[in-house]
Design a protein around this ligand. Structure first.
Ligand code: BG6
Length: 507
């Protein structure tokens, strides 16, 4: 018995299996997946009989691949530098096979190699496939896996598949992809990943709302004035210009990550923590989003693009000057939406959602603005939001929850000033949270799909987003509003909240 495997953690440990990563020579494998597996090994959360098989076009040897992965762990793992004793155990479980995804013979070879590894490590043919390739080749890989008999639809041995985003490009392509995957896998075997659901702060939304009796009674239209969700990034394209040209921020961030945040703020309490119960509520919430009215489209959706500017003291080029971007591009790098939810809890409460690249700083947060006191006894609330009651859930960075309220200023008069009550993860728990990918990969290994996206969830969110894209296509603009990089977005977005009480908060 290897000493690292002794005294495995008391947490649930997955059954023995081989994880097969398609697209293993890409950035994601090196930056996120292998560092996550390394950390799980370190924390003794992986089974004793476990192996990783990387598959990609590049002609690496196993040794070269292991060396690359070690370097990846060295640079990106949560705890650095890599510990030799952990690597000695983990590194020897890593394998590599060069393969073209349209080559059926290569899949036959893969099957043989996996059977050899099963024999070597005592693994009962359980497989976790990870699709980290461009989405265009997902169907090909699925088909070939099916053809060579690498997928078990039984409970023992099991096969599961984790699919990276983007999951489709619009409603139709998402439906097609769902159909293609389900020709070989059952829905319960498909784990559509959204790394936001692996973030501790995002999971804490469920705990915060449903483990406390304090907030839920006021979590509705009687007490909440509006909700704002902001995802601002200071980075620009970072070499992803060609991808972003096709995607835009609405597909890249809103359809997936921000919709997940929206669901967790707005959904009804699930009847249990079971994956179906939670996902049923998310789908129900998404179904209640009101379609954007075509005749008032500009009052509900604003898009923009960053021009040249200054971000954190550095001059940066505009979006249209980024490599891989069309110089006449109308792809949005900023989007703001006013969303209305047609259900009993949220009638008439606007949800303002915005996402953008090249903002002044990186911050993701959710602000719940409560209604003002019915009468301004202290003359408070004359200005917009000086003493507004706002609950801010900081997703990242400085993870925490802050309640803003008004307090008496010490002294002889009855002046009111805004103050905060704060909870910060950093100081409250003397424990380092796992990386999003660690949690999500471990859940898939354990067969827990709660934090993954179900087929109907992808389709209902795409339906809404595709509606916005269709309206943009009809507008057929040659140019969209521009704002200098390093500012909080185009002027047009300021008008979206419509009233002073709901104006955008500066995170
Ligand atoms: C990815 C997007 O899904 O999420 C990127 O493709 C974005 O464009 C990233 O930068 C943001 O993730 P995080 O965890 O840094 O907020």
């Amino acid at each position: 018995m290897n000493p690292l495997r002794e005294g495995l953690s008391q947490e649930r440990v997955p059954e023995p299996h081989v994880m097969v990563i398609f697209g293993a020579s890409g950035d994601l494998t090196k930056r996120k997946l292998l560092p996550a597996l390394y950390s799980l090994t370190r924390e003794r959360l992986l089974p004793a009989n476990f192996a990783v098989m990387g598959v990609a076009r590049q002609d690496y040897t196993v040794e070269k691949f292991r060396e690359n992965m070690r370097e990846g762990c060295h640079r990106y793992a949560r705890r650095r530098p890599v510990e030799d004793s952990v690597w000695a155990e983990f590194g020897r479980c890593i394998f590599y096979l060069p393969a073209e995804f349209d080559d059926l013979e290569a899949f036959k070879t893969l099957k043989t190699r996996l059977e050899e590894i099963d024999g070597q490590f005592g693994i009962p043919a359980n497989r976790l496939f990870y699709f980290s390739t461009p989405p265009s080749v997902f169907p090909l890989i699925v088909e070939n896996l099916g053809k060579v008999g690498l997928v078990s639809r039984q409970h023992q041995p099991w096969s599961r598949i984790i699919v990276e985003k983007p999951f489709g490009h619009d409603l139709q392509s998402a439906q097609t992809l769902n159909r293609q995957l389900k020709q070989v896998f059952r829905e319960t075997q498909i784990y559509r990943i959204d790394h936001y659901l692996g973030k501790e702060t995002v999971q804490n939304m469920l705990t915060f709302r449903f483990a406390n009796g304090l907030f839920e009674p006021i979590w509705n239209q009687y007490h909440i004035h509006h909700v704002q969700i902001t995802s601002a990034e200071s980075l620009g394209m970072e070499g992803r210009g060609a991808y972003f040209e096709e995607a835009g921020i609405l597909r890249d961030m809103v359809q997936n990550h921000l919709y997940q945040l929206l669901c967790l703020v707005g959904m009804e309490p699930p009847v249990s923590l079971d994956s179906s119960a939670i996902r049923d509520e998310k789908v129900k919430f998404l179904r209640s989003l009101r379609p954007i009215p075509a005749d008032q489209f500009d009052k509900y959706v604003v898009r923009g693009q960053y021009g040249a500017g200054q971000v954190m003291g550095e001059s940066v080029p505009g979006y249209r000057q980024e490599p891989g971007v069309n110089p006449d591009s109308t792809t949005e790098t900023y989007v703001a939406l006013r969303l209305m939810v047609d259900n009993w809890r949220w009638g008439n409460v606007p949800f303002f959602v915005r996402a953008a690249k090249r903002m002044p700083k990186k911050v993701t947060d959710i602000s719940i603005k409560f209604r003002n006191a019915p009468y301004a006894l202290f003359g408070q609330n004359q200005g917009a939001s000086e003493v507004a009651n706002v609950l801010t859930i900081r997703i990242q960075p400085d993870e925490g929850i802050i309640l803003h309220f008004g307090s008496k200023v010490p002294g002889p008069s009855m002046d009111v000033a805004p103050v905060n009550m704060e909870f910060r993860y950093g100081t409250s728990f003397g424990k380092e949270p796992p990386e999003a990918y660690e949690r999500l990969i471990l859940d898939a290994m354990l067969g827990d799909s709660t934090l993954f996206i179900r087929d109907d969830e992808t389709e209902v969110s795409w339906k809404f987003i595709t509606g916005v894209h269709q309206m943009w296509a009809e507008q057929n603009l040659r140019k969209i509003p521009e704002h200098p990089a390093g500012t909080w977005g185009p002027r047009e977005a300021e008008a979206l909240p419509a009233t002073r009480a709901s104006e955008w908060r500066k995170p």
